[in-house]
Design a protein around this ligand. Structure first.
Ligand code: GLA
Length: 378
C-alpha cells in the first residue's frame, strides 16, 4: 500500500515514475537499552512498519524532498545542506551530507517519503527514514557500501546533521536485521549475529503496546543519561562502562546517582548475553524474566520510565505475560510483552482496562513480528 502511495506521490510531483522505492523499517529492541553508547550489547529486531522512499536522480545537482504524510516539499542546493537545520527533511538531507562527508559522490535527486512507523513511540521512526534514504542514494549513485558502514553513515546523519547524540542501535537494526531474527550487535567491535526469534513456533507472540505517551523532555534526559555514563567511566578510569567487570567495586567508588546508572548498564549488558543464552535454549520463560528485570532496572536505576509504561508492564504481567519491558529511549513510547498466543487479546484488554482505570488514553496494540531490514522494493 505505502509503496503505491510513494510511487503515486512521486509521479504527481515530478511527472514521471521513480527509478525505485526503498524501505527502512522501524525497530523494537528486545533487550539492551542505553547500552549502545556504552560500547555494550543490544538485541533488536526490525518491524513490518517502515519508511518508504520513492526516488530518482535529477540532473541539476539539487535535492527535492517531499513528505506525503505532512504534505510538504523542500528543495535544497548543495550549499543549503547545513547540519542543525530543523525539520523532517533533515533526516533525508543529513544522509546526503553524511555520504558526501565520507567522500561519496552523491548527485541530485528527488525523494518522496511516506511512513507507517509511529512518531515518537520509541520505534526509531527517524532511523527508518535515514536507512531507507541511504539505501536509495547508494543504489541511485552506484555506491558500494557494506551494511555496517551504511548503519554508521546513517548514524552520522542523526548525530552530526540532525543533532541527536544517539548510539548505533537504531540504524544498525534498520539496516542489518533480517526476517524472523533478532540482531545481536556488539557496539564496540560491531560484530553481529542473526539470532533466530521463532516465538510464534513456540506458541508465543510479542505484543507491542504503544502507550501513546510522548514526553517533550526526552532529548534532554537522553543527553543527561549519556553524560552520566561518560562521567562515571572517567571516574572509574575505563574507556566505557562496557569495561566495568567488578560492579561492587565500581559502586563503592561512585556517588549514589552515577552508581545506579552504572548498575543499569552493567546488569543490562549481562541480561542481553543471558537473553541470547535463553533464546539458544528456547527458554522463553527465562527470556520473559530477563525482560521484566530489564524494565525494573530502567525504572529504578536508570529512571527512564514513567507512569504509562510502568502501568502497561504491570498490567501485562498481571494478565499472565511471561515478561514485559519498555523499549527505546524512554519516557513513554512502547512496551513489549511476551505472551502466549492465545492470551494476546486478554492481555491487550487488561492493559486497556488498566489505562481506562487510571484515566489514561487508550493504548494501541499490535504484534511485533521480526521483519527484514532496509532494502529496495521496486
Ligand atoms: C534511542 C537511541 C539509541 C539507543 C536507545 C536506548 O533509541 O537512538 O541509540 O540509545 O535510545 O537503548
Amino acid at each position: 500500500m505505502l509503496t503505491h502511495a510513494a510511487i503515486d506521490a512521486f509521479t504527481a510531483l515530478t511527472g514521471s515514475a521513480p527509478e525505485g522505492v526503498w524501505v527502512g523499517p522501524g525497530r523494537i529492541n528486545l533487550i539492551g537499552e542505553h547500552t549502545d553508547y556504552n560500547d555494550g550489547y543490544v538485541l533488536p529486531f526490525a518491524l513490518p512498519q517502515a519508511a518508504y522512499v520513492a526516488a530518482s536522480t535529477r540532473p541539476d545537482g539539487r535535492w527535492q524532498f517531499r513528505s506525503v504524510d505532512l504534505d510538504e516539499t523542500v528543495e535544497l542546493g548543495q550549499d543549503e545542506l547545513l547540519p542543525g537545520s530543523p525539520g523532517w527533511h533533515s533526516y533525508l538531507a543529513g544522509v546526503v551530507w553524511a555520504l558526501q562527508r565520507a567522500g561519496h559522490q552523491v548527485g541530485g535527486a528527488d525523494l518522496v517519503l511516506t511512513s507507517d512507523v509511529p512518531l515518537g513511540a520509541g520505534l526509531s521512526s527517524s532511523a527508518a527514514i535515514e536507512c531507507a534514504t541511504l539505501a536509495a542514494l547508494a543504489d541511485l549513485n552506484g555506491l558500494q557500501i557494506d551494511p555496517v558502514e551504511r548503519a554508521k553513515l546513517a548514524r552520522v546523519a542523526e548525530n552530526a546533521y540532525v543533532g541527536a547524540p544517539t548510539g548505533l542501535l537504531d540504524q544498525a537494526a534498520s539496516t542489518l536485521c533480517t526476517a524472523e531474527h533478532a540482531l545481536f550487535l556488539d557496539c564496540r567491535t560491531l560484530a553481529t549475529s542473526q539470532v533466530p526469534l521463532a516465538v510464534t513456533a513456540a506458541g508465543l507472540e510479542i505484543l507491542v503496546i504503544d502507550t501513546r505517551t510522548r514526553h517533550s523532555h526526552v532529548d534532554g534526559e537522553y543527553a543527561a543519561r549519556r553524560a552520566s555514563c561518560e562521567k562515571a567511566a572517567e571516574m572509574l578510569g575505563v574507556p566505557a562502562l562496557r569495561d566495568v567487570t567488578d560492579l561492587d567495586a565500581a559502586l563503592a567508588r561512585l556517588p549514589e546517582l552515577e552508581g545506579r546508572r552504572v548498575r543499569h548498564i552493567v546488569t543490562e549488558n549481562q541480561r542481553v548475553l543471558d537473553a541470547m543464552d535463553a533464546l539458544a535454549g528456547a527458554d522463553y520463560a527465562r527470556l520473559g524474566r530477563l525482560m521484566t528485570a530489564s524494565h525494573a532496572s530502567m525504572r529504578d536505576d536508570y529512571e527512564i520510565t514513567e507512569r504509562s509504561v510502568d502501568l502497561a508492564v504491570e498490567s501485562a504481567l498481571a494478565a499472565g505475560a511471561l515478561g514485559a519491558r519498555m523499549t527505546g529511549g524512554g519516557f513513554g513510547g512502547c512496551v513489549l510483552a511476551l505472551v502466549q498466543a492465545d492470551r494476546v487479546e486478554v492481555t491487550a484488554d487488561a492493559v486497556r482496562t488498566a489505562f481506562a482505570g487510571a484515566g489514561l488514553g487508550g493504548p494501541v496494540t499490535f504484534l511485533g513480528r521480526p521483519s527484514a531490514g532496509a532494502r529496495r522494493l521496486a
